[in-house]
Design a protein around this ligand. Structure first.
Ligand code: PLP
Length: 391
């Protein structure tokens, strides 16, 4: 008989496992569930990337081990991409890390850069996997609320001095999962000044960096003067290119943080499949790139509009998402997030993610994933409308 280690005992419960089980039960009972609970892009990867991958897979040179820290030409392509898109100059050898998806880097970071007793700050609500790094690193975290009245940006002035002085890092994520909010230039400027004052490293999770609506390209934290002195940014292919299953991403920015990430990766991984890295280079360098991304953004914007319009009609007022593929919706009076999510699943056959899974300030909301066709989204809202929960 084997027991998991004490370290694993400290890992947080996987909140979404619960939701998946509840949905599975309804589906098994024959219910036509409209699943708006998860964040898995539904459309295929752009053709030009699939074709490039097929070519590279057929090349025997890609079948060998390759440098543990990733191909240098991939680092160069990532640096060139940031220069072109965001005007950020990066030294590919020292300011870019190649990752098998951004989650691994986000979770490794406290382990790679913190010591027992150290603290980092997490947004509340926020992406649940940020919590896992604390357990693995044996460190603590504290949360910073993201409130609707502040457009879901943290109020830096309300973070107590004592907490700011103690914190080693602050994770931020704009465009934001789960709220759909985007950051402003002014906020990022204030953030750099705050980070310098308190010596806090900024970890910008730019997972939805390509997904901005109404013709507004989301700002990268790295566009802010001084950003490289205080932080890094994670960029993943998962959402930008509908490549969630491929597991490919990179981090850019501060060289001390990048070097620690590279070192820990050295000890955990051998190389990522070189054909995948070569295809990832092509994804960035191909002239069809921007048209492919624009099509993906257009599709989500269409869905956002369909959903928000339908929700308004039944009196369910949205915080209109400016980016990502989520809508962050208030629950009606008298319900908890989970109670409301359970009601929608049981009475309307619509699965949504209860907001409390993203932190205590997520209570009172549910997250809707806009990952199905506008028709099905409208049907989901029509089913919810029949419950007459909104005035
Ligand atoms: N960060 C946020 C905010 C996300 O929502 C996700 C995925 O849903 C990730 C990171 C993980 O992305 P990746 O597929 O690169 O690990």
């Amino acid at each position: 008989e084997f027991q998991q280690s004490h370290l694993l005992d400290t890992l947080p419960k996987q909140f979404f496992a619960n939701l998946v089980a509840k949905v599975g039960k309804q589906v098994a009972a024959g219910v036509d569930v409209i699943n708006l609970g998860q964040g898995n892009p539904d459309k295929p990867t752009p053709d030009y990337i699939v074709q490039a991958t097929q070519k590279w897979v057929a090349d025997p040179q890609t079948h060998k081990y390759s440098p543990f820290q990733g191909l240098s030409e991939f680092k160069q392509a990532a640096a060139d991409f940031y220069q072109e898109k965001y005007g950020t100059s990066l030294d590919p050898a020292q300011e870019v890390a190649i990752l098998g998806g951004s989650k691994i880097g986000l979770v490794e970071l406290p382990w790679a850069l913190m010591n027992p007793g150290d603290t980092y700050l997490l947004p509340d609500p926020g992406y649940p996997d940020y919590f896992s790094g604390a357990a693995l690193g044996g460190v603590q975290f504290e949360t910073v609320p993201l409130l609707a009245e502040n457009n879901f940006l943290p109020d830096l002035q309300s973070i107590p001095e004592e907490v700011a002085r103690r914190a080693k890092f602050f994770y931020l994520n704009y465009p934001n999962n789960p709220t759909g909010a985007v950051a402003t230039k002014e906020f990022y400027e204030e953030l750099v000044a705050w980070a310098k004052k308190y010596h806090v490293g900024i970890i910008s999770d730019f997972a939805y960096g390509a997904l901005g609506f109404d013709g507004q390209a989301p700002l990268s934290f790295m566009q802010t003067p001084g950003a490289k002195e205080v932080g890094v940014e994670f960029y993943t292919y998962s959402k930008t290119f509908n490549m969630a299953g491929w597991r490919i991403a990179f981090a850019v920015g501060n060289r001390d943080i990048i070097s620690a990430l590279n070192l820990i990766q050295d000890h955990l991984f051998v190389s990522l499949f070189p054909a995948l890295q070569k295809a990832a280079i092509d994804a960035l360098r191909d002239p069809r790139r921007d048209a492919a991304i624009a099509e993906i953004v257009h599709r989500y914007e269409e869905r956002r509009n369909a959903f928000v319009d339908a929700a308004e009609k039944i009196g369910w007022h949205a915080f209109v998402p400016a980016g990502t593929f989520y809508a962050w919706m208030p629950v009606p009076a008298g319900y908890s997030s989970e109670g409301f999510a359970d009601l929608l699943l049981e009475k309307a056959g619509v699965a949504v993610a209860p907001g409390n899974g993203f932190g205590s300030h997520g209570e009172g909301y549910v997250r809707i994933g806009l990952l199905i066709s506008p028709d099905r989204l409208e049907e989901a809202v029509a089913r919810i409308g029949k419950l007459h929960l909104f005035k």
